[in-house]
Each structure stands twice: as structure tokens, then as C-alpha cells.
Design a protein around this ligand. Structure first.
Ligand SMILES: Cc1cc2nc3c(=O)[nH]c(=O)nc-3n(C[C@H](O)[C@H](O)[C@H](O)COP(=O)(O)O)c2cc1C
Length: 297
């Protein structure tokens, strides 16, 4: 799997849709993941899902699936791989701390069941694509490593590690020491995730930790151009990024008011007066008003 050295966009459910992923890729991002597709829902609808939106124009794109049984994960992986022959990997979510996912035994609940995760990797690999795992850290470095070794032994091609416990949500700092402990003790590439605010910082943390690459999440929500050399947060630059997003949405028939609003609220930040602008954006009731407020009309 050709993953080493890449600056990736972290999967973020409902946010990193196709136009957003392409926007990041146009600005230097070297790989993206379609976030959190339910294996069960996919099987029920014979491979169809609104969230499943990869496109051949994306470079190095994978699909992340979640589920509670190896049977579901295997079936979903085969459906996806058959439909999209350009994918670079299938990712299994063992990270999501959201109650309705964990309650059913999926997402971060799998961190306590390495043998189930291992079985999932094996059945997913039958689809013919490399299989990766996205996880959060566990209560001790030994447990995190134990889980990762089980994934490696089952055949995982790479591990994406967010250095927080599931119970932490996004509080506290990401624990890059925990990520590094895994990176130093497994043979598969480890990609680190958590609190990266620039590609420079990402490269530094990658080198220091022994990782093979990094992912940027929340910092890319506010600046999808973060994967390029720093260019500041002027309102003009933010407007240009937003307009590019709008035009990608139009190109792919994916223009939706609420989505545009959530993207605008994130992107128009970091410059003098942006707080007041975001307040106005929050109050927008329709697309025309939103585009007028952003200056994109
Ligand atoms: C709004 C939001 C949605 C997320 N959705 C997912 C998801 O669907 N799958 C996943 O593996 N991680 C998800 N994450 C976690 C990110 O991929 C990433 O690991 C985490 O945000 C830490 O990186 P950051 O500090 O750069 O944001 C999500 C994070 C956020 C903020």
C-alpha cells in the first residue's frame, strides 16, 4: 500500500463529502477517506448509500465502513470494491465513540474485542483491496499495542491512530507518545492523527513518532487549503476557498443549503471580524442570504 509520506485528510462524518475532499486534494492533500458508511445499511440497500460518494477524480481514496460483525464488514467491503474499482483501500472504523455506534458493538467498542476486529480484517480482505483500521488509543500503551498487533497479524495494511481515548471525545491533548509506541513496535505503516495544525507540524510529529504519515481533521475544516504552504487567513482567501467548494458542489450536483452553511461557518474564521460574520452566517435562512453574506453571490 503506497501510503508512506502522505498528508491525508482525516475522515469526518457528514463534513468530508466529495466536494470537500476534492477541494482539499486540489490544495495539496494527498489522500482522503469517505467517512463512516454503515455496513448493515449498505447490505440492506444492495450497495447503495447516500454517504458513499467516492469519485475516480480523487487520488488515493478509501472508504471507511463500520459494523459489529465480520460477516457484515466482509459483505459491505465486497459490494464497495465491486462498485468502485478505483479505490485504494477499505478502512474499518474502530474509533467512533458515538453511543448509537458503540451500543451495537461497532466503532470504538471493537477496541475491547481485538479478535472480532481481526476477523473483520480477514473477511474484508476477501474484496481484494488493502484493508486499514482507524482506531483510538486504549487505556494503556500495552493495550493499544496489543490491539494493533492483532490487526497487523490479521493482515491490516496500515493503521490510522487518533491519540485520544474514546471517552475523551475531543478534550485534552492527543497523546502522540501512545501513537509512537505503536509505530515503533509494528511493521505496518502507522498514520498519526490528533491536533495537527499545519503540514510542517505534521511532518515533524511524523518523524519524531516513527509514523509513516499524518492526518489533519479539524484544522482542515476551517482551512481546506492547509495542505499547501501557509498562506494566512485573509477573508479574500477564505472566500476563494468557499467559492471553489460551491463550484465543486454544483459540478457534482451536491449543492445543499445546510451543508453550504456548515462549511461557510467553519471556513470563514481566523480573520479580524470573522466572529461577527459567523454570527450572521448562523442566522441565514436560505441559500441566497447565505451567498450574499459570504460575498459569493
Ligand atoms: C466532526 C468530526 C467527525 C469525525 N468523524 C469521524 C469519522 O467518521 N470516522 C473517523 O474515523 N474519525 C472521525 N473523526 C475523527 C478524525 O478523523 C480525527 O481522527 C480527529 O478529529 C483528530 O484529529 P484532529 O485533531 O486533526 O481533528 C471525526 C472528527 C470530527 C471533528
Amino acid at each position: 500500500m503506497d501510503i508512506a509520506g502522505r498528508a491525508l485528510l482525516a475522515p469526518m462524518s457528514t463534513f468530508t463529502n466529495l466536494p470537500f475532499r476534492l477541494l482539499c486534494q486540489r490544495h495539496g492533500c494527498q489522500g482522503t477517506t469517505v467517512p463512516l458508511v454503515s455496513a448493515k445499511a449498505l447490505i440492506m440497500h444492495n450497495g447503495e448509500s447516500n454517504e458513499l460518494d467516492p469519485d475516480p477524480s480523487e487520488r488515493f481514496v478509501g472508504v471507511q465502513i463500520f459494523g459489529a460483525s465480520a460477516g457484515d464488514i466482509g459483505k459491505a467491503a465486497r459490494l464497495i470494491a465491486k462498485k468502485y474499482d478505483f479505490l485504494s483501500y477499505i478502512d474499518i472504523n474502530c474509533a467512533c465513540p458515538v453511543k448509537k455506534v458503540v451500543r451495537n458493538g461497532a466503532g470504538s467498542a471493537l477496541l475491547r474485542k481485538p479478535e472480532v476486529a481481526a476477523e473483520m480484517i480477514k473477511t474484508a480482505m476477501e474484496c481484494g483491496l488493502p484493508v486499514t483500521v482507524k482506531l483510538r488509543k486504549s487505556a494503556s500503551d500495552a493495550r493499544t499495542l496489543g490491539f494493533c498487533l492483532a490487526c497487523e497479524a490479521a493482515g491490516a495494511s496500515a493503521l490510522f491512530i487518533h491519540g485520544r481515548l474514546p471517552s475523551q471525545g475531543y478534550s485534552g491533548e492527543a497523546d502522540w507518545k501512545a501513537i509512537s509506541h505503536v509505530a515503533q513496535n509494528v511493521s505496518v505503516p502507522v498514520i498519526g492523527s490528533g491536533d495537527i495544525r499545519s503540514t510542517g507540524q505534521g511532518k515533524l510529529l511524523t518523524a519524531e513518532s516513527g509514523c509513516k504519515g499524518f492526518m489533519i481533521g479539524r484544522a482542515a475544516m476551517t482551512d481546506p487549503g492547509i495542505f499547501s504552504p501557509p498562506q494566512g487567513a485573509s477573508p479574500e482567501r477564505k472566500r476563494s476557498l468557499f467559492m471553489e467548494y460551491l463550484s465543486l458542489c454544483e459540478e457534482f450536483g451536491m449543492k445543499r443549503f445546510l451543508d453550504l452553511k456548515s462549511k461557510a461557518i467553519q471556513i470563514f474564521s481566523g480573520f479580524r471580524g470573522s466572529a461577527a460574520m459567523r454570527k450572521r452566517l448562523c442566522g441565514c435562512a436560505g441559500e441566497d442570504e447565505l451567498l450574499k453574506t459570504t460575498g459569493a453571490d
